[in-house]
Design a protein around this ligand. Structure first.
Ligand code: PMV
Length: 329
């Protein structure tokens, strides 16, 4: 068996056209395609080594041993890797995030992307980018988009085989910046795995999904042509549509806080009244991602910090693909 200790890094991503709801919850096959941008500077660094002496898989996140559901989710991916590589050893997984958990940046995307890259290589596999994206997808759907670099589309696909993500433009194609307005550092009550499973209970989900190819097309074109106005309108519409589904599902999910609305309204006003290129998008939490151009990022960050209910602002540029940083055979 040709196994080793491998370290990989991966960036989280922010979705411009959101993934919400699965047509297969086990395989995490999405109801609609999605588009995102990787976030440079923020990253998960994960080292995996398969060891014959270990009785169980071990998971250490930011220096603390994790058991229970968190470990089960990692072992699920390791089991897939073991099956592909035909090995039986348990693994030690040591992972660190350089961004605070609970800061409103989902760590599951970068975590499962880094795990897929480090774990498969440590098991002696040489997977292609689409294969890595499919593997990461099994841990967290959005993780499929943290495998390729820059601006990324996850095609909806028809089966497990063709539901993977690919880069539509490299990170340096368009100098977009994500200013994340932190309005609440508390952990979300309902995680996305549960959220996806109840999405079909909203009568609005079918309409959101049916209209997704149109939104994807507009967003893809706006990115390729660097058309900020077209980009801003479709990104805000898509975020609002996802939150409409969340608010109207059973049970209802209300992620926005009054402070989130303060930020969203301010961003709209800056764009409409002062032609500042900025738009908002919100994931399954209260914090608001404000997307702007690099040339305007300092003013947007400054203005966000002036809003009373904004506790902090994180700034991230477009980031690269998940990569191996150390391989000790
Ligand atoms: O990958 P998950 O299961 O954490 O789902 C991500 C869901 C959203 O962040 C709300 C949207 C998206 O496309 O990233």
């Amino acid at each position: 068996m040709n196994t080793s200790s491998v370290t990989a890094i991966a960036h989280p991503n922010i979705a411009f056209i959101k993934y919400w709801g699965n047509r297969d919850n086990i395989l995490r096959l999405p109801m609609n395609g999605s588009i995102s941008m990787n976030l440079d500077g923020l990253c998960t660094r994960t080292t995996v080594s398969f060891q014959p002496s270990l009785p169980f898989d071990e998971l250490i996140i930011n220096g603390r041993e994790v058991t229970g559901a968190g470990l089960d989710r990692v072992s699920y991916i390791l089991d897939i890797i073991r099956g592909m590589a035909n090995i039986h050893d348990r693994a030690e997984v040591i992972t660190e995030n350089n961004f605070p958990s609970g800061a409103g940046i989902a760590s599951s995307a970068s975590a499962f992307a880094a795990l897929a890259v480090a774990g498969s290589k440590a098991a002696g596999l040489n997977l292609s980018e689409p294969e890595l994206s499919r593997l990461a997808r099994r841990g967290s759907g959005s993780a499929s988009r943290s495998i390729p670099g820059g601006f990324v589309e996850w095609q909806v696909g028809t089966t497990d085989e063709d539901s993977f993500a690919f880069s539509i433009a490299p990170a340096d194609h368009w100098k977009l910046v994500d200013c994340v307005a932190i309005v609440s550092a508390s952990h979300k009550k309902t995680g996305s795995t549960e959220g996806h499973s109840i999405a079909p209970t909203s009568p609005l989900q079918a309409a959101r999904v049916a209209d997704a190819p149109r939104r994807l097309e507009i967003c893809r074109k706006a990115i390729l042509e660097k058309d900020f106005d077209a980009f801003a309108s479709i990104v805000e519409l898509d975020s609002d549509m996802m939150h409409s589904v969340m608010m109207t599902s059973t049970p209802a999910l209300h992620y926005w806080k009054p402070a989130s609305l303060d930020v969203m309204n301010s961003v709209r006003m800056w764009r409409t009244n002062e032609s500042i290129p900025a738009c908002y998008t919100v994931d399954a939490g209260a914090n608001v991602h404000v997307i702007t151009l690099e040339s305007e990022a300092h003013i947007v960050e400054k203005r966000l910090r002036e809003i009373k209910s904004v506790e902090d602002v994180l700034v991230a540029h477009a980031g690269g693909p998940a990569t191996i940083v150390k391989n000790s055979d």
